[in-house]
Design a protein around this ligand. Sequence first.
Ligand SMILES: Cc1ncc(C[n+]2csc(CCOP(=O)(O)OP(=O)(O)O)c2C)c(N)n1
Length: 650
Amino acid sequence: MSKSLITPGPLLARVHSPADVRALDTEQLPQLCAELRQFIVDNVSIYGGHFGASLGVVELTVALHHVLHTPDDQLVWDVGHQAYGHKILTGRRDVFDTNRVYGGLSGFPKRKESDYDAFGVGHSSTSISAALGMAVASRLKGETRRHVAVIGDGAMTGGMAFEAMNHAGADPGSDLLIILNDNCMSIDPNVGALKEYLTDITTSPTYNRVRDEVWKALGKLSHFGSSAQEIVSKIEHSLKGSLLKSSNLFEALHLRYFGPVDGHDVQHLAAILQDMASIPGPKILHCLTVKGKGYALAEQDQTKWHAPGKFDKVTGEIYKKVYATPQPPKYQDVFGHTLVEIAKLDERVVGITPAMPSGSSMNIMMRELPDRAFDVGIAEQHAVTFSAGLATQGMVPFCNIYSTFMQRAYDQVVHDVCLQNLPVVFCLDRAGFAGADGPTHHGAYDLAYFRCVPNLVVAAPMNEQELRNMMYTTYLRAARNQGPSSIRYPRGEGTMPVWRTPLEEIEIGRGRKVQDGQQVAILTIGTIGNYVPEATAMLVRSGIVPAHYDMRWCKPLDEAMLHEVFSTYPHVLTIEDGCIQGGFGSAVLEFMADNNYTSVVRRLGIPDRVVEHGEQLELHRECGFDPEGIAAAVLKMVELEPAAPHSKLV
Ligand SMILES: Cc1ncc(C[n+]2csc(CCOP(=O)(O)OP(=O)(O)O)c2C)c(N)n1
């Protein structure tokens, strides 16, 4: 049972499910909004999490739950980081203090968590496709349900959203409402021509006049019952006119466009949503909102308050640990600064990020070399092929994509970059367990999905110095037109307070022996190797001194080093913060089989199941590769699994 420190306001306290929101008079909705907003502020300030996005959709959330009959009606949130209000109104208020905590609520909508979470999300731009699928299913089954996708202007820049609208516009029989939650922000300021377009519609006097007339007419719709369809057609023809229609992007895709409307006027929103229920077919409602609405600091610095961490809700001070001595940097910052250093050596170097300038620290290059760093919007596929295009012209692109989001762009990596052997450097941030964001964000699969791709070399540094040297080495590989490379590193801080080491070229496919030992060799890839000294200290107490190899490259493997390992050690343990199937450990097993060695090999890594959210260390522990888990695995191997009498088959 959770012991939340937060007391909901009196009206919110009476809301146990959306039925209670539906039962309210519309005059009570503003108060519910105020209490819901306060509850979110109270909660996130104490327990952390995403912030500004949920504050921005408080009115939309309340209006939707007042009008829709969820869970029969299907409400799909895009990305889902803005769905805190939805969670609180749908029966999870009293356990909301467990949000994003190990064993607690997920920070994103999740089907397994609640019937009200119609679709699991985390990655952006999926909501329209999913809601359209639901709408078509309802049509085929003869059910009358409403289907609503709520998508931000940032998520709307993703290609999938357009693929889905293109399809939806050609399916007039499906009841789909897309709500465009337009706050002009992604995590960083939204970018691109679509943003300009949405601003144009918002400020165009013609649109605003038309909008007012449409709403006036719409207000009367409910009285006309079955003739609503006819009235809608009349509205469309008489008010919008063909010129206006073809100049509206959404209308051109055959989606009826309504708006823009004030997304903070809850009573008006509820009335509009009610009216729109009578309008059949695919349609879009353009709502204008302010990210961080109601918490002044969050409105002013929307990027900082996207997910600020815990803070003092009165002063707005974001709590940061204070240390007496210099601390190691975040890996993302090592990437950001090192990229600028390399870019200053060679003007062909450019940086690409799909909507993560702050998260990846590409913003450092965007500030220092603005002409050579590109935020392309939430468009991972485009980011990769755009990089490929740059590479064909002799540029040296560093394309930084979180490991989990790179899943989106796999075909582009294979087809556009690697088959053509183009010199793009991929930097995969948030590799391994992402932590509190959970399974939608864990960077579990990249070692496995990249090591099978021809021409690509696959690296993972154990510390900051290795990251810098790998960036420099893969830069040289790209500058010499020798092919594509990838480097993965995790979320969070490294281990070296003094990290600005001289850039050195290192040998591709050459590992590093960290420590000699007997009986057992531990082979690690990436930063998980930093657990080995602690595990070793535990093992030494049991009389076991394992050797440790930091393999550095998952592809090509250091075969000379593996020959040394397999001909010396009867027991070999591989460790990776990545999926156990097909990853680094699998590569080592393949080597062993191909070369007829017979050591006992055990692999630690992310198992073949969905691992939920929690602190990175908690998840490593759960999966048995925290320091204790590593020590236990070595002990078990040595004590219970005697090695074969011959270490090499003849
Ligand atoms: C495929 C993918 N790429 C990147 C992200 C990271 N991300 C999470 S929220 C977000 C911004 C979304 O902006 P918007 O849809 O406008 O919502 P807002 O936060 O402004 O409410 C981004 C880029 C993601 N979730 N999915």
